[in-house]
Design a protein around this ligand. Structure first.
Ligand code: NAD
Length: 494
């Protein structure tokens, strides 16, 4: 049985409290996990703080840090098979999703390294500087000790997106994994040691809400970076107000997928299915609100009903499987309760809607891909379900489509499908969301920022914005005016 220990100060540590993680597809034990005590959490923060101020880490220049990021990318590829196998078992990810996650995590570190090499940490602002008076510089400095908290849906990728900018910026951190899925972050910890990251720069602990709450309250924490639900994001934001910590929030979504009447319908149908069924609907940017021009709706619906049975539902470790279980019983029951709410509000289920329990599905928590026709005021059209449920409605005009897309507390992502690129662009620009695809879905570019408008979050991960999120900026003023009488303040007090 694999053991997941606490990774503190470059060492793997046990504790007095343990629990088992379960395979979402089979219910089998995956790993014995050590939970941190408060003393362990405080120790991890102390080590991160010591590392932050250590001469060793301070003296790593950006190119040395970029070399290390590249080395992590390579090691991930070397340990590919082992990591993929464990991610499938721990998180219920299908083989193809787990492979994509490995690729995405590795390429993220590589792209980040390239961006870091180009990033200027000291910039003289020529427009602000004045010859004979001042030279004005922006100096970017690491933010300090970070507390980072991640969810269970993309465990390796989420850990990569957090650890990457810590190293790139020269900060340090204590990362808490999700209680359900701590395994692959622990392999990443082994990789960090093997590539020579100084002790204490990144510490990785396990745990749930209690451990997360305790971690962020530590006054040594200068930044909190949280990915998870909007409900917990609100709590974190209010907690961070006590010590006024720098904050990044990557939260939930209810993204609109808009199908215009001139779209390539067969492509748009595939895109709509991929948008809401990838990882059984457990992706924050899932396209879970489908808005279809009413003039093509009957045809589009027919195509959806024809295509949806072709999505292969099965055990995650079968490479043919495109759709697997949800993470656990609690999540499954929450999804089913939303389906019940939709029914009670008059929503019409046109496909799926039930739990699968026969044969190979009996041990995990599988829910049928579900299509529901709803009205825009229904709960299911507005709340994040985080499962394989598509709320479908129609629009008459482009203005109505934009209005419906923006009728949400969320603003994480969305898409427009059309053959008219000018029209699609006009609509895309009016949607209040951090990522908008035209004739595409879910694909992210590690060189570009990702994050949410409105209650989907604050700040961005990835891209240059993702590095800056871990930097403080200092205005350095060097005077070139050394004659007393020419100093502008001389008149002020003398
Ligand atoms: P969650 O909010 O329940 O938990 C997320 C993490 O926060 C976990 O590690 C959990 O242990 C911890 N936590 C819970 N309560 C806490 C508290 N009071 N203080 C500190 N830590 C606490 O979310 P989840 O169910 O793990 O993940 C699903 C959610 O994450 C969805 O809403 C999804 O949209 C969102 N998500 C967002 C992004 C993004 O980039 N925007 C990416 C993935 C997932």
């Amino acid at each position: 049985m694999r053991e997941i220990k606490l990774f503190i100060n470059g060492e793997f540590k046990t504790s007095n409290k343990t629990y088992m993680t379960l395979n979402p597809a089979t219910g089998d034990d995956v790993a014995k996990v050590y939970l941190p005590s408060h003393a362990d959490i405080d120790f991890a923060v102390d080590c991160a703080e010591k590392a932050f101020y250590s001469k060793d880490w301070r003296e790593w220049d950006k190119n040395k840090r970029a070399d290390l990021l590249e080395a992590i990318a390579e090691k991930l590829k070397e340990r590919r098979n082992e990591i993929i196998e464990l991610e499938i078992a721990d998180s219920g990810s299908c083989v193809r999703k787990a492979r994509a996650d490995l690729h995405n995590a590795s390429s993220y570190f590589k792209v980040l390294a390239g961006q870091l090499r180009k990033f200027e940490f000291e910039v003289k602002d020529e427009s602000a500087s004045r010859v004979g008076f001042s030279q004005n510089f922006k100096i970017y400095e690491p933010v300090g000790v970070c507390a980072q908290i991640i969810p269970w849906n993309f465990p390796l990728v989420m850990a990569a997106w957090k650890i990457g900018p810590v190293i790139a910026s020269g900060s340090t951190s204590v990362l808490k994994t999700a209680q359900e899925t701590p395994v692959t972050a622990s392999l990443l910890a082994e990789i960090l040691n093997s590539v020579g990251l100084p002790k204490g720069v990144v510490n990785i602990i396990t745990g749930g809400a209690e451990e997360g709450e305790y971690l962020i309250r530590n006054p040594k924490i200068k930044k909190i970076a949280f990915t998870g639900s909007t409900a917990v994001g609100r709590k974190i934001m209010s907690e961070s107000g006590k010590n006024l910590q720098n904050l990044s929030l990557e939260l939930g979504g209810k993204s609109a997928n808009i199908i215009l009447k001139d779209a390539d319908l067969s492509l748009a149908v595939d895109g709509a299915l991929y948008a809401f069924l990838y990882h059984s609907g457990q992706a924050c940017d899932s396209g879970t609100r489908l808005l279809v021009d009413e003039s093509i709706y009957p045809q589009f619906k027919e195509l959806l009903l024809e295509k949806i049975p072709q999505v292969k539902v099965g055990l995650p470790n079968d490479p043919k499987t495109g759709y697997g279980p949800v993470i656990n019983q609690k999540q499954g029951e929450s999804i089913l309760s939303y389906i019940e709410k939709a029914k009670s509000e008059g929503g019409k289920i046109i496909y799926g809607g039930r739990r699968l329990t026969e044969g190979e599905f009996s041990k995990g928590y599988y829910i049928e891909p579900t299509l529901i026709e709803v009205k825009s005021e229904n709960i299911i059209f507005n709340e994040e379900i985080f499962g394989p449920v598509l709320a479908m409605t129609t629009f008459k005009t482009e203005e109505e489509a934009i209005m419906l897309a923006n009728q949400s507390i969320y603003g994480l992502a969305g898409a427009v499908w059309s053959r008219d690129s000018e029209k699609a662009l006009k609509i895309a620009k009016q949607i209040e969301a951090g990522t908008i695809w035209i004739n595409e879905y879910h694909l992210l570019n590690p060189g570009m920022p990702f994050g949410g408008y409105k209650q989907s979050g604050i700040g961005r991960e990835m891209g240059e914005e993702g590095i800056k999120a871990y930097l403080e900026v200092k205005h350095l003023w060097i005077s070139e005016c050394n004659e007393r009488s020419k100093k502008p303040w001389f008149d002020a007090i003398f």
